[in-house]
Write a protein that binds this ligand. Structure first.
Ligand code: SF4
Length: 297
């Protein structure tokens, strides 16, 4: 197929726009969308230190690369990369992430569940079984990323979430009936480093293509516990539905944003957890999990 804009060979067909795009027009379209998201949400300001949650995988690798190319000439904004090792045998390799950050001359900080919590996801699964591995892992990783970013002086925490991730999150919250999360929105919370998601309007396959075109790799590694995630079921369901309804993911993300705006302030005030000091709601989910898995409660 030929590019709808210039007739060069196409590398992508966008079902939702009906366009075939060549390499150059795809990259221009991709970067324009990410820049628009940053501009519209006012996600980057002079003086910012942006910590990129960098697993070393395709989404966060593409994000690190994109932010580096966007900001490398700016003296008023700095970048750093944070890699969290959840302790999953054969899955996370912080040395790979460190080497990639070094190639871009970006400072890198590594943190691990073992050092921070005295346990690992493998240890939790051994003790509690695999069913809740992803819920525990997700809560503890968010908690640790926030603490490390704040301790490093970051003013923003950049996450490589793409459109598919965002749409899945909204649908998961609907399916769980989690009104509090649906209404939470993105309001400033003391102690919480504000999150930015420049790829949140870009489909996963386009992030993968961007990563492939720039880094020449396709991610093949998969966490051995990923089949336990509710997200895996929701992803499959949404992929099937979106095949016939290409705007479904955009509609879900818009719904999530609208509900977040409508619910501003309705989800209660966050406070500092008396045990770990991190911001939390009525109870600190991270401390609950750690009590459960370490104290055996
Ligand atoms: Fe953690 Fe689940 Fe992701 Fe594995 S798939 S890294 S256990 S959240």
């Amino acid at each position: 197929m030929r590019c709808s804009k210039c007739r060069r060979p196409a590398v992508l067909f966008q079902r939702y726009s009906g366009l075939h795009l060549c390499r150059e027009h795809f990259l221009a379209d991709f970067e324009a969308k990410a820049k628009r998201a940053i501009r519209e949400n006012r996600w980057i300001s002079p003086g910012d230190t942006i910590a990129v949650a960098f697993s070393g995988g395709k989404d966060s690798g593409a994000l690190l690369l994109f932010l580096h190319s966007l900001l490398s000439l700016r003296r008023d904004v700095s970048l750093l990369a944070i890699t969290v090792d959840e302790g999953i045998f054969g899955y996370r390799d912080t040395a790979v992430a460190r080497a990639r950050a070094a190639e871009l001359d970006i400072p890198h900080v590594a943190a691990s569940f073992r050092e921070a919590y005295g346990t690992t996801v493998d240890g939790i699964v051994e003790r509690k079984g695999g069913k809740l591995s992803c819920s525990y892992c997700g809560v503890l990783r968010r908690h640790l990323l926030n603490a490390v970013a704040r301790n490093e002086g970051a003013t923003k925490l950049a996450l490589g979430f793409n459109l598919d991730d965002e749409a899945q999150t909204v649908l998961m919250n609907v399916l769980r009936g989690d009104t509090a999360r649906l209404l939470r929105g993105a309001h400033p919370v003391p102690g919480m480093v504000p999150r930015i998601k420049p790829f949140s309007t870009i489909p996963e396959r386009e992030v993968a293509l961007y990563s492939y075109l720039y880094m020449g790799t396709v991610e093949t590694g998969r966490c051995p516990y990923s089949h336990n995630a509710m997200r895996a079921e929701v992803r499959q369901m949404l992929n099937t539905y979106a095949w016939n309804h290409p705007s479904a993911r955009f509609a879900l993300v818009n719904l999530g944003r609208e509900l977040g705006t409508l619910g501003a302030g309705a989800c209660g005030v966050l406070q500092a957890c008396p045990r770990c000091g991190e911001p939390c709601g009525a109870t600190c989910r991270s401390c609950e999990i750690l009590s459960e898995v370490l104290d055996g409660r």
